[in-house]
Write a protein that binds this ligand. Structure first.
Ligand code: PMV
Length: 308
């Protein structure tokens, strides 16, 4: 039996602008995981069991566009295996789906690792990342690649589309509270809506994306120097631009305001928005107060995580 896990992730800064070539910062969230087991089977074919999405089927009966099926086929293809051995692929994940925590990318990464190892050819991170990116295209259309990258390497990343991966140093560990609106939102639609705005006025939005890019640079520096107070202010500034892009929502706003009132140093939506998650930067001794405030303001799930 081969087993692999991959963490969730959260985008700290730069979502959406990252699609247009600006940098973004993302970190793994180890509290939630996708886990894949690959076992030998007595039945012929490759059987996929993914109870979280109510899937129990043999690979050949699944459409090629289904990400799990596509990832499995891509691993076989990459390893030049045309006769599929009898296998059971078991997928379990504690990462909420469509909430900005990277559930799709985490399943892809764990699946590529477990399956390639079961086939006797464990793939290196670079290849795992490249194959997971292909699956991300099925989920999202035109993904920047940030999700699969931070999840593959399970380290804080400074990400620029089509550039080699860069990790960064966290001088003083800091605490984030992640609040889930419980509303699943489509990344594809949210990215598409921003695309429409950009198409209507490219010069204006390019300037906005430049501003966000500057915030990301400052944020990276603040993390590297341990300037937590500044980091909070930068989160608020980034959130204001996301509001302007129309990717916030009343539920996200409620959570962001509740976190700030409960003493957060800064708060913003995280990921594609219109639902999903928000993050708040808090002092370590303020986590209970912030978590309680988020629950009262409607958060369905709250995760406290340390970065660094
Ligand atoms: O919703 P998430 O966390 O998967 O984030 C998507 C991030 C975007 O910048 C909106 C899109 C992308 O591909 O980078």
């Amino acid at each position: 039996m081969n087993r692999a896990c991959a963490p969730g992730k959260i985008i700290l800064f730069g979502e959406h602008a990252v699609v247009y070539g600006r940098p973004a910062l993302a970190v793994p969230v180890m509290q939630v995981q996708a886990e894949v087991e690959v076992l030998d089977s007595d039945l012929s074919g490759v059987w996929i069991e993914a109870p979280a999405v109510d899937l129990h089927a043999e690979l050949s009966t699944l459409p090629p566009t289904l990400p799990i099926a596509s990832v499995i086929r891509s691993v076989f293809q990459h390893l030049n295996i045309s006769r599929f051995p009898p296998l059971i692929v078991r997928v379990n994940s504690s990462i909420p789906v469509a909430s900005g925590l990277g559930s799709g990318a985490a399943v892809s990464v764990a699946l590529i690792r477990a399956l390639s190892a079961a086939l006797g050819h464990p793939l290196p991170d670079e290849k795992v990342n490249a194959l997971a990116y292909e699956a991300e295209k099925l989920y999202h259309g035109t993904p920047s690649g940030i999700d699969n990258t931070v999840i593959t390497y399970a380290r804080p990343v400074y990400f620029v589309k089509n550039q080699p991966i860069e990790t960064f140093r966290v001088k003083e560990p800091f605490t984030l509270v992640i609040g889930d609106t419980g509303i699943s939102a489509s990344t594809k639609e949210s990215v598409g809506a921003v695309r429409k705005l950009w198409e209507a006025n490219p010069p204006y939005w390019e300037k906005v994306f430049d501003e966000i890019g500057r915030i990301v640079q400052q944020a990276r520096q603040a993390v590297e120097l341990g300037e937590v107070q500044l980091l909070g202010a930068l989160m608020d500034a980034n959130h204001a631009f996301l509001q302007e892009m129309g990717v916030s929502s009343p539920e996200l706003e409620r959570l962001v305001l509740a976190a700030r009132s409960a003493g957060a140093l800064g708060a913003k939506l995280s990921g594609s928005g219109r639902g999903g998650n928000m993050i708040a930067l808090i002092r370590p001794d303020g986590q209970e107060q912030a978590a309680a405030a988020l629950r009262t303001a409607g958060a369905r799930n709250v995760i406290v995580t340390q970065v660094g």
